[in-house]
Design a protein around this ligand. Sequence first.
Ligand code: ZN
Length: 91
Amino acid sequence: MQYQSLFLKYKEYDMKTLTCDVCHSIIYVPVTGRNYFHLAHRDICESCHDKLEFQMKPIVRTKSPFNYNWYAKLVRDSVEKAIQKGKVEVK
Ligand SMILES: [Zn+2]
């Protein structure tokens, strides 16, 4: 079996790419803040990040005055919920 070579190939591959924790798509050549986002200690692809922003925007708008701890919790909760569902649900 070429298990060994496959494994080495995978490791090499793994170093240059990241997997989105939500949709599990592979992020090739991740660039932070462009096609890759680190949110709530999770790796998020651009597509999921866009949907998360879209999902959170109306909630954030209703919060006045803005509170950072509240926002951090909202991000954390939204990311965890998306990971559980395997996608970001946008109504
Ligand atoms: Zn994703």
